[in-house]
Structures are given as C-alpha cells and as structure tokens.
Design a protein around this ligand. Structure first.
Ligand SMILES: Nc1ncnc2c1ncn2[C@@H]1O[C@H](COP(=O)(O)OP(=O)(O)OP(=O)(O)O)[C@@H](O)[C@H]1O
Ligand SMILES: [Mg+2]
Length: 595
C-alpha cells in the first residue's frame, strides 16, 4: 500500500521532517551519502552512541562525555564527522572543535567533511566558507567546525585551541595525544561542563593514562563504549586471519580488539634485558665486601664471577674487535665511556669496560687524555662519539692522531650527531637506506637484545638499569619517538658502540645472522616490546633482519601480504591504501559522481 501524499497535511509533513531532523541517524540516512554513494546508514553501534547523546540511559540522562574505545576502521572518525555536520546544521551559532594529535589526521577529517558536504545539496548551500589553514568550515547559520592538532609535539600542547569557545569538543585518537594537550582541550569545557560535550575516541595504545582512566572509571563521568573491529560488517574470517598474520599479538589486541592489553612503556623488553645480564657472570670492576654480600644474598654464586680487571697500557687485554662509545656530560652528569667488544667465544657483543669521568674531575683535556689512554689499553677499531657538547674534544683527539700517527686517532674518531641521518646498507638486500641516527641505534640495540646477542655485566647496574628505565616520552609531529633524556648517558654510550658495529662491521652482522638461522633459533620476543617497536620504528625490517625469514613469512601466511600491509605505526599510516589503512577510504583526487 502506497501512501498518498495528498492525504498528509503540510503540518503533518512538517512534523515528520522535524522528527527526522532531530535525530542525526535519521537525518544522515535522508541527506548524506556513504562512500559507495548510498544513503548513509548508521551501524548499530553508531546508532547506539548517537542515541546516548540524545537520550542517554535511565540514570545518566543525555551523554555529554563519551569515551569510545574502538578498533581500527570501525568508524570512529565517521561517527564524529556525521554528528558534527548534523549538529552544526541544526544548531545556530554552534561551535564544534575537532582535535587530533597529527596534522594529517585533521586534514583527512576535513576531507571527509567536505565529501559529505559536497554530496548533500542542503549542506552545500548552507556553507559560508571553508578554509584549510586553519581548518574552519563556517555555516550560514553562524555555526562553525574547526580543526586543530593538539599535544603530540612539544610546544604544541594545545596553544591554538586554548581560549576557544565550544559546544562540542572532539578528540580523535586521543590516546596518542600527550597529557598537556588533553588538559588544554578539556579545560575549554570548564566554562560550562554540563553543557559542553566532550567526545573522545581512539584505539588504545596500551598506556595507562587519561584515555584508560575515562574508559575504565565511570566516576570520571564518561560514558564508555568498547567496539572491537569485529563489529564492522566488513570484518570476516579472512580479514581476521590477514590481520593476525600481519600484526603482532599486542598490536592485534590494541588495534583490532581495542583492548588495553599489557602496558607498553619501556623501549627495551625487560625480560630481554634480564637475559642480557644473566648470561655471563663477569665483572670489569672489583666488588667490595659489602657488594659481595649483597650479590650473594641475591643468589649469585660470587665465587664463580669472572673478573676482567686491572688492564693497563702494560697489561693489555687479549686482542678483540672493539668500539668505544662516548657521551659527554650534558645535564650536569658525568661523561660516560663504554668499551664494547665482539666476544669471539660467546659470539656476542659484550660490554668490556665502562669508564665514568665525574663532573668534578672533568676538564676537556682530562677527557681527551682519558680517551687517548683507553685507545692505548683497548686498541679499539673506532670511537663513536656524541657530537653534542664535544666539538673541542673531538678536534683534539683528531689532532692527536696527526701528532702520533701510530694512535690512528684521526681515523678512528667518528663524530655522531644523534639527529643526523645516516646511510645504512642492508646486508641482505644491499639497499641503502637513510635513518635517523638515534632511532637507528636504539632499534639495533633492541633487536640484538631480543636475540640474546648482547651481554652486559650484572655487576654494573648503570647500563642494564638504564635500559629498563628507557622510555618513549612522546612521539613527535613527524612520528618520531622522543626518549627519556635523563639517566641514559651510559646507555647512549653503549648504543653508540652498537651502532658502530653495525656500520663498520656488517660482516659480524652477517655472521650473527648465519648463526641464528643455522641454529634455527626461535626468537622469543616480548609482545610488549614488539608492539612498541612496531609503533616506533615500523617493525623489525632492519639490517639485522634476515632475508630468509622474510620469504618464509610471505609464503606461509599470505602471498600478497606486502601488498595489503596493515598500518601499525605513525610512519606507515599515511602510505596505506587498503581498507584497513587508517584514515579516509578514498584516495585524494578521486571524486564520486554527484546526483
Ligand atoms: N555507517 C557507515 N556506512 C558506510 N560506511 C561507513 C560507515 N561508517 C564508517 N564508514 C566507512 O568506513 C571507513 C572507516 O571509517 P573511519 O575512517 O571513520 O574509521 P576509523 O575507526 O576512524 O578508522 P581509523 O582507525 O583508520 O581511524 C570509512 O571509509 C568510512 O567512510
Ligand atoms: Mg579515524
């Protein structure tokens, strides 16, 4: 039976329209188009969220605080964007602030907003202006939607967003924003907390911070939602299999199941560090009686400790391939010097000695003389020296090489600027790659640690403790992680030596690889570590990656896995064009036909 429109009065029609317009779900179905050009139909969980905002549940009333923990590609951004358009169009002079940790995310959001607007005549006609820098879409009714990046970079803790007036605040991917940024944004709602809405959504990163709090603690006043990727109608067994094959276990827990999983904060896996310090009971310094007692209590058989002490110019250690790493005192701490050797017996990198020049004792010439002495004792192949704060010393060391050619100091000293890009040749593929020095050395160290190829003395806690404490403090705008910058000088010196081995002795790398493959060592990686590493570095594909391994994975799991690679880290996110890549489903430049 068809409805005869003539029988419906204008008043009734108005009534129907009013009803539709007062509900974003109905209005979107009527007016908006989905990416395939069909009427935009809210999925059940999207309906759920919008219903909550309009009506709330029995106890709470309409929700003004939303914490949406959702898996990848579920429609976090889409739900926000649709709600924004509905709200701006139907509420005069309203202001909606959309914030994201990264610029490209704001850009994608405004691209999607524009697509929806362009496919909807009533929205197109209602637009007064659209700008990109800053991102502002203004409506004829006085409403505006504004986009900001907040709190992933230093000096961007929400400065631009501060002081803005708002009716609704949206924080997409909030778990990637730092706390200062989140605080700056939420402060906007203080003006009128009961009126101003805050909508947070993210895939969890695993950290126990603001997002974790609002998702798990109802006292924060947030309505928490949890929708794993499996709620997506496109999610099927095949996709699940593909995702599992291309993601780490922790990655899958965070990104697909949208669970917090284990807390991922440390850069190096604690269990791997534990293994590095418990492989070989050796010490390069004498232990005093008290220390003896302490280590005994901890269960060390102190009588079995192998000592490598007392080396001097006249009592040199056995020949070995060694590299010295130097990190100058910077923040009032001592200068750290680490000697690492490739231990031919163990076939591992082992810290052979650590020197410390306390700040009080420190003069430039003192440090230079110490390094000259170290050269004579250990006869290292190279000195990898931090360039910051050490220009004078580096120059002096090179001069020494010219005065005393047998020292070879002019050739051995390598000046490393942590921020510089270095060229690295992959020993397997022979490809040259440019990498950020600091991240590169951290990556190499962490891979070697995972593979049990690093040995540190359990009786010198400087290096292994700093490894355990080492953290990513934030991720920069370009997706580069920023690390702890206190109490890491001994570790930095050690990592410089590892970088030195990688760059100067690719053959050792190869040997290690062959041993690894030969022994068929099954590397047990900590999930925590893997997840973070993938976030930070975009995976294990580095010079210590064996070519054989790569091919095996290809054949076994999915022949085209490299084609539909899943985005896991910031660096990769932009490149993905698969359904499961983050961001807009449509590539730039393509546009759908309009009606
Ligand atoms: N109700 C819907 N109907 C049709 N398509 C939808 C719907 N909701 C979302 N989509 C589409 O699904 C895709 C993923 O949505 P969206 O980008 O919002 O997900 P997301 O959870 O923000 O993803 P990411 O984790 O990558 O940020 C987009 O192409 C979006 O247009
Ligand atoms: Mg999104």
């Amino acid at each position: 039976m068809s409805i005869d429109l003539d029988e419906i009065s204008n008043e009734e029609l108005d009534q129907i329209e009013l009803e539709i317009r007062s509900d974003p779900v109905k209005w979107a179905y009527w007016k908006l188009k989905d990416p395939k050009g069909r009427p935009w139909k809210a999925r059940w969980y999207q309906k759920d969220m919008m219903h909550g905002i309009l009506h709330g549940d029995e106890e709470s009333g309409p929700h003004r605080r939303i914490a949406a923990r959702m898996g990848r590609r579920v429609g976090k951004t889409e739900t926000m964007v649709v709600f924004c358009l509905w709200y701006a169009f139907h509420h005069k002079n309203s202001r909606l602030l959309i914030t994201t940790p990264y610029e490209h995310q704001v850009r994608l959001i405004f691209m999607r907003l524009n697509e929806l607007i362009d496919d909807c005549p009533e929205l197109t006609y209602s637009i007064k202006s659209r700008t990109k820098n800053p991102f502002i879409t203004q409506f004829n009714n006085g409403s505006s939607i504004m986009g900001f990046t907040v709190g992933a970079t230093s000096g961007n803790a929400g400065a631009s967003v501060r002081g803005q007036r708002a009716d609704w605040i949206f924080m997409d991917e909030i778990d990637y924003m730092n706390r200062d940024g989140i605080d700056a944004v939420t402060a906007i709602a203080m003006e009128d907390p009961r009126r101003i809405g805050i909508w947070c959504s993210s895939t969890p990163t695993g950290k126990r911070d603001y997002f974790y709090e609002i998702c798990t603690n109802p006292d924060t006043g947030y309505k928490a939602y949890h929708f794993p990727s499996s709620v997506n109608p496109d999610f099927d067994e095949k996709m699940e299999g593909e995702l599992r094959a291309t993601m780490t276990k922790q990655g899958y827990i965070h990104e697909v199941e949208a669970d917090f999983g284990e807390e991922t904060v440390g850069v190096f896996s604690k269990t791997a560090v534990e293994r590095a310090k418990s492989q070989y009971m050796y010490s390069y310094r004498e232990l005093n009686a008290w220390e003896h007692e302490q280590f005994k209590k901890q269960g060390y058989s102190v009588d079995d400790i192998v000592y490598f002490t007392g080396y001097t110019r006249h009592n040199m250690p056995p020949a070995a391939t060694r590299i010295v790493g130097v990190d100058w005192d910077k923040y009032g701490e001592s200068t750290q010097i680490v000697v690492t050797e490739f231990d031919e017996m163990l076939k591992k990198f082992r810290v052979a000695m650590r020197y410390e020049i306390a700040r009080g004792d420190f003069t430039y010439d003192n440090a230079v003389n110490k390094l000259i002495e170290i050269n004579e004792i250990w006869n290292p192949k190279f000195f990898y020296i931090d360039a910051g704060h050490g220009e004078y010393q580096i120059e002096m060391l090179r001069k020494h090489g010219l005065l005393d050619p047998s020292s070879e100091m002019d050739k051995k000293v390598k000046r490393i600027h942590f921020k510089q890009n270095i060229e690295i040749r992959d020993p397997v593929t022979r490809e040259i790659d440019k990498k950020d020095a600091k991240n590169f050395m951290i990556n190499q160290t962490s891979i070697l640690l995972e593979r049990d190829q690093i040995v540190v003395s359990p009786f010198d806690d400087m290096i292994w403790k700093q490894m355990m404490d080492y953290q990513v403090v934030r991720i920069s705008a370009t997706g580069k992680p920023q690390y702890t910058s206190e109490n890491e000088h001994a570790l930095d010196s050690f990592m410089l030596t590892i970088m030195g081995f990688t760059l100067e002795f690719p053959n050792i790398t190869k040997i290690l690889e062959e041993i690894r493959v030969g022994r068929k060592v099954k590397v047990s990686k900590s999930n925590n570590q893997e997840a973070l590493q993938e976030k930070v570095f975009g995976g294990y594909r580095d010079v210590y990656q064996s070519g054989k391994n790569k091919r095996e994975i290809e054949e076994k799991d999915n022949p085209n896995w490299h084609l539909n690679k899943v985005t896991l880290g910031y660096s990769k996110r932009k490149k993905s064009s698969s359904l499961w890549g983050r961001g807009s489903s449509r590539k730039m430049g393509t546009s759908r036909s309009r009606f």
